[in-house]
Design a protein around this ligand. Structure first.
Ligand code: SAH
Length: 380
């Protein structure tokens, strides 16, 4: 069916019209009637998929066989969907959601299905409350493909995070160069981490792997995992660490994972410690609570070391215009009070203790440029 939509209605799905382009670009009242739609999951699933997209949903279930009502209901429905939207939106919703409703595992799914899903899901899937279920079912319950797609959904919220970062990293580098804050931060993280006795460690949002390199140089760390949402960053980390050329014993100690901290990820459970260094400020504030659960409830490492800029310190940097963040990709920067109250609330809620450390030269009025929280799981 979806393949048919693409073939027969390709131009409309792409939002093109030879004669009436302005009509293709405007939301208009539309009604789609699907005479026989397989719907494994019933009317509740149907509604939970279409209603968040603004559709009015009508559904009638077919019996298996009208002559033998005792055989009970079939998984087939006659469905009417009504919404005021652009034709291309309606078609891309159907393109993605019909196979999701069908949920049959009858054909092979490969990487290009991930691309298809992301292409047709653009602009609506990333904010859909059922995006995880849609992704899993669309990709026929292949967890590795679904993970890839979900990780990228987050990434696509900013148009091209990799390109944006390359451009703006330079800016942050200038802003922070005077005190080589990055080096100080790594030093502090390492010494605190070593002090905890941790052996198996996660570096969440590891970026280009500078900290991973330092961790690898310390024998104490027997298992080191770097995770990032950006493929480009992971590639750079792979090169920095010469991952392909390491002797086998070293290779066994370190692993890079592609994933997003906004989604629950079983690969992250069971570690002694997790680092999230200059990462939280990159999240959309609305996703922060998802991150909190992913890290403190599901991954649940014994120790979490988390750093973020201290917004108050920005006034000390002449190169930074008033009110600007250090990096254009930062969604927010916290004052010391804001950070403390967030971290304290998280610690209370998930059963951790928390202490705070300044990183970098401390100013008597505005504090230090980086703020660090060290969380420790309260046992018992
Ligand atoms: N920890 C590194 C990199 C900090 S930059 C350091 O201190 O140098 C922030 C990093 O977080 C980037 O590499 C970015 O790709 C990553 N990131 C942003 N959102 C993410 C998400 N949802 N899941 C995982 N990583 C994410």
């Amino acid at each position: 069916m979806s393949v048919a939509i693409a073939q027969v209605l390709g131009a409309a799905l792409g939002g093109r019209s030879r004669e009436r382009q302005e009509l293709a670009d405007s939301p208009i009242p539309l009604e789609a009637r699907l005479a026989v739609l397989p719907c494994r999951g019933g009317p509740d699933l149907l509604r939970s998929l279409f209603e968040p997209l603004g559709y009015e949903v009508e559904a009638q279930r077919h019996v298996l066989d009208e002559q033998y009502p005792d055989w009970g209901p079939s998984p087939y429905f006659t469905v009417t969907l009504r919404a005021t939207c652009r034709l291309r939106d309606l078609l891309s919703h159907l393109y993605v959601l019909i196979p999701v409703l069908d949920d049959e595992k009858h054909y092979w799914v490969g990487d290009d299905e991930v691309e298809e899903l992301l292409r047709h899901g653009q602009g609506w899937l990333e904010n859909h409350p059922e995006r995880e279920r849609i992704t899993r079912r669309y990709l026929k319950h292949q967890p590795s493909l679904a993970r890839q797609a979900l990780a990228r959904l987050v990434a696509e919220e900013t148009p091209d995070p990799d390109a944006a970062r390359a451009e703006h990293d330079a800016e942050e580098a200038v802003a922070e160069e005077k005190i080589s804050l990055n080096t100080q931060r790594m030093g502090t993280v390492l010494s605190v981490l070593k002090g905890t006795g941790a052996r198996r460690v996660l570096d969440l949002g590891c970026g280009e792997g500078r900290l991973l390199e330092a961790l690898l140089a310390e024998k104490q760390f027997e298992e080191i995992v770097g995770l990032d949402v950006s493929c480009r960053a992971l590639e750079m980390a792979r090169e920095r660490l010469h991952l392909d050329r390491l002797p086998p014993r070293q290779q066994q100690r370190i692993k890079l994972l592609h994933g997003s901290l906004i989604y629950r990820d079983a690969r992250l459970s069971g570690y002694d410690a997790a680092l999230a260094i200059e990462v939280v400020e990159h999240f959309d504030p609305a996703r922060l609570s998802a991150f909190e659960r992913v890290l403190f409830e599901f991954a649940r490492p014994g120790i979490v070391i988390l750093t973020t800029p201290n917004r108050e310190y920005n006034s000390k940097w002449e190169s930074l215009a008033a009110g600007r963040f250090r990096h254009r990709d930062h969604r927010f920067e916290w004052t010391r009070d804001e950070f403390r109250s967030w971290a304290t609330a998280v610690a209370d809620r998930f059963g951790y203790s928390v202490r705070f450390l300044p990183v970098g030269p401390e100013d008597s009025v505005v504090g230090a440029p980086t703020q660090m929280a060290v969380f420790e799981e309260v046992s018992g």
